[in-house]
Every structure is written in structure tokens, then in C-alpha cells.
Design a protein around this ligand. Structure first.
Ligand SMILES: Cc1ncc(COP(=O)(O)O)c(C=O)c1O
Length: 393
């Protein structure tokens, strides 16, 4: 165990963790290495626990509002970490990024409108479109032996053909781990601007970026404050998903008013612990986060080395951002076998590639997505299990 693991890695079984305690219910087996839902097996930075303990000790739990320094903590984080200028009045609460996506879809489009995504993509994007009576338009990412790029021609053509109203962007991208470049983002913005498309930019993974790459917030990529809204959270970066707390950034007043009007009937408000936790993390969590990134980077290296050696036909997409490793097993495993391969042969609870496509496109997929925000030992064991399973086929 390295120093970071010694201090922060926890066996989360029995702690009310859906990732570990939900295994029996979700995968039919509790004795698996759990690498599915995107949270970490690491205790959050001490500054978060300390701030929450201080809050608890005060014993003041009445109706609340964002604490005085909350917006400043986030504004400073965005400036220092991402060189993005956010004004305090642009910041809105959402009880989760997925909820925020649903709210944006509801606020900016009507049932029957067309919304576009880049596919494969984090599956709630599809749900936010389809479960609200909008139509889903997919522009497939180009996949050149595991290297993913945007097919800009296809993207623009689909927008034009379908009079698309809204684009839901994932940046960095889950599941393919791309950190989009400034040029790629500007091209997307240009296309959307030409065609009157609003961009919802999900940047929940913004802080987990591997060395050699740089996250560019879409709002900071080029002049687009009139047509881009963003979502992010301390939840992914600092392992705080339990708080149901995220941040919508809406620079344009008209778009902000529409979002407010949409949320009004829900009687939503952020709970104090979420504000306190996020504020503490953004203020004091930098060093902890940098250690997590180093841990994930090392874990990605371990998986890659073990699979390259023992199962060389796997196509391992380079992890540029997120802690979610995307691997193509099609050389070894048929799409219809992939679930049994993961659970029964590899003893892994992971996300299946087909979940990230439409049902039709997913039929031919043999990817697995591995969550690497865990111990080196778990990652090593997972990769070795995969190699053994492939050799035993
Ligand atoms: C791209 C993306 N957006 C949103 C979420 C979930 O956000 P929340 O828990 O705030 O709804 C995830 C979690 O994995 C994600 O990968």
C-alpha cells in the first residue's frame, strides 16, 4: 500500500455504499470486486469531515441558505484550477448533475423537440431526453482502434436535418475518457451557434484529468456565455455523492430565468451539509485531489501493463480524464457473453459498454468500463482475473 492508500483507502462493505453493499441485489453476487458506479473507495479529505463536524457541533439545523463564503470558494476553484471566470450570480443549485440535466432539458426544450448527444455516452443523458418526451439524436464518436474523436460533419448534419434544439456534452467524456481540446470545444460551439443550439456542458469530471492533458471548461473555450450552461460538482472530485449537491453555471440572464422558473415548482433547496462539504473541499482539498489523480494514473498504468501482456487483443482506450477505464473485449468476448464474462468469469462488478449506447447500437458492443478509483491491489486483482478468464476461454 502506498502512503495515500494507507491513509484513505477503506473497505466500504457495510457502510451503506451502493457500490459494495448493493452487489448482491444488482449483480446477484456479493463476492465481486466492485468497479461500477463512479465513486471512490477513498475517505474524503479531512477538511470536509472537519467542517461537517464543526457544523454538527454547533447543533444548528434550521432552514438554510448557501453559507457566505460558498460562492467565493467555488469561484476561486474555477479560476485557480481551470482558469475560468465564474460570476457568483451565475451559480445555481441542483440536487445532482443528472437532475440538473433533466432540469435544463425541461427548461429549454418542449416535448417533441430534438436533443443531440455524442454516443457512446453516460446513459442518463439518453434518459433525460427520452423519458421527458423529447427525441434523442446521436452522433457517433469516431473510434479508431480505441482513439475517440468527434465526427463534426455528422454532428452538424444531424443538427441541421433534425432542427436540434439542445446538445448535452460530456466534458471530460464518460465513458471514453477523452479530455476535449480547446479546438474541439470551439468547433462544437461554432456548429451549435450557427444552428441555434443551446449547449448543456456536463463537467462533473473536470477535476480528474491525467498529466499531459488540460480540461478546458466549455465556457472558457471561446465566446459562448449566451448559449452554454454548465454543470459540475464537488461530488465526483472529492467523493461526496452522498450529499446530492451540484452546481449549475448559467451566465446568460434569460437562460438563468428560464432555469429558475422551471425549478420553482419543485421547491428545491440545497441542504446545509452539501454546501459545507463542497465549500470545504474546494477550499482545502487540492492536495488530496492531486493524490487521487496520481493514484488513478498509476492504476490505469497497471491495468494497461497487465492486459497488454496477458490479453494483448484488448483495446484499451487511453485514460485522459475521469477515473473510468474503457476497454474493448470484442477480440475475445461476444456481446451476448459480456455480462457473464465480467461477473462469472472475471468476478467483477463493472458497467457494460452497451449501457452507453442506444439499445440498437449496444447490441454489438463488447466494452467494459472499470472504475479505477480504488486500491492498487483491487485493480491488479481485477486485471489478473481478466487475463485468467481470457486464457481459460
Ligand atoms: C458524466 C456524469 N454526469 C453526472 C454523473 C452523476 O452526477 P450526480 O450524482 O450529481 O447526478 C456522473 C456519475 O457518474 C457522470 O459520470
Amino acid at each position: 500500500m502506498n502512503e495515500f492508500e494507507k491513509k484513505y483507502y477503506v473497505d466500504r462493505v457495510g457502510t451503506g455504499s451502493i457500490k459494495w453493499d448493493g452487489l448482491k441485489f444488482l449483480y446477484g453476487d456479493s463476492d465481486l470486486i466492485s468497479m461500477w458506479v463512479a465513486d471512490m473507495d477513498f475517505r474524503s479529505p479531512e477538511c470536509v469531515g472537519d467542517a461537517l463536524a464543526e457544523m454538527a457541533n454547533k447543533g444548528l439545523f434550521g432552514y438554510s441558505m448557501p453559507p457566505r463564503d460558498y460562492a467565493t470558494a467555488f469561484v476561486n476553484w474555477e479560476k485557480e484550477r481551470h482558469n475560468c471566470d465564474v460570476k457568483p450570480e451565475w451559480i445555481k443549485f441542483s440536487p445532482g448533475v443528472v437532475a440538473g440535466i433533466f432540469h435544463f432539458v425541461g427548461a429549454y426544450t418542449e416535448p417533441g423537440d430534438n436533443c443531440i448527444i455524442l454516443s457512446p455516452c453516460y446513459y442518463p443523458f439518453m434518459e433525460a431526453v427520452q423519458e421527458t418526451g423529447r427525441n434523442l439524436i446521436c452522433s457517433m464518436l469516431k473510434n479508431d482502434n480505441g482513439v475517440y474523436t468527434i465526427d463534426f460533419e455528422d454532428f452538424e448534419q444531424k443538427i441541421k436535418e433534425n432542427s436540434v434544439k439542445l446538445f448535452i456534452l460530456c466534458s471530460p467524456h464518460n465513458p471514453v475518457g477523452r479530455v476535449w481540446t480547446k479546438d474541439e470545444l470551439c468547433t462544437l460551439v461554432d456548429i451549435c451557434r450557427r444552428n441555434g443550439v443551446i449547449i448543456v456542458s456536463d463537467e462533473i469530471h473536470q477535476d480528474i484529468v491525467m498529466s499531459g492533458h488540460k480540461h478546458v471548461p466549455t465556457l472558457a473555450s471561446c465566446d459562448c456565455e449566451d448559449m452554454v450552461v454548465a454543470l459540475t460538482a464537488a461530488s465526483k472530485s472529492f467523493n461526496l455523492a452522498a450529499f446530492n449537491h451540484s452546481i449549475a453555471i448559467i451566465p446568460n440572464k434569460e437562460l438563468r430565468d428560464k432555469f429558475d422558473a422551471y425549478q420553482k415548482h419543485m421547491h428545491l433547496s440545497g441542504a446545509l451539509p452539501g454546501y459545507i462539504a463542497a465549500m470545504a473541499a474546494y477550499t482545502g482539498g487540492k492536495e488530496w485531489l492531486d493524490n487521487v489523480i496520481a493514484q488513478v494514473e498509476n492504476n490505469a498504468k497497471i491495468v494497461t501493463e497487465i492486459l497488454k501482456e496477458g490479453a494483448p487483443e484488448c483495446v484499451i482506450t487511453e485514460l485522459q480524464g475521469t477515473y473510468l477505464q474503457w476497454i474493448d473485449f470484442s477480440a475475445y468476448v461476444k456481446p451476448e457473453e459480456i455480462k457473464d464474462f465480467a461477473v462469472k468469469e472475471c468476478r467483477l462488478a463493472v458497467d457494460y459498454g452497451h449501457q452507453f449506447f442506444t439499445p440498437e447500437a449496444g447490441k454489438t458492443d463488447s466494452h467494459l468500463r472499470l472504475n479505477l478509483a480504488t486500491s492498487e491491489e483491487n485493480v491488479r486483482k481485477a486485471a489478473e482475473n481478466i487475463v485468467k478468464a481470457i486464457k481459460n476461454r
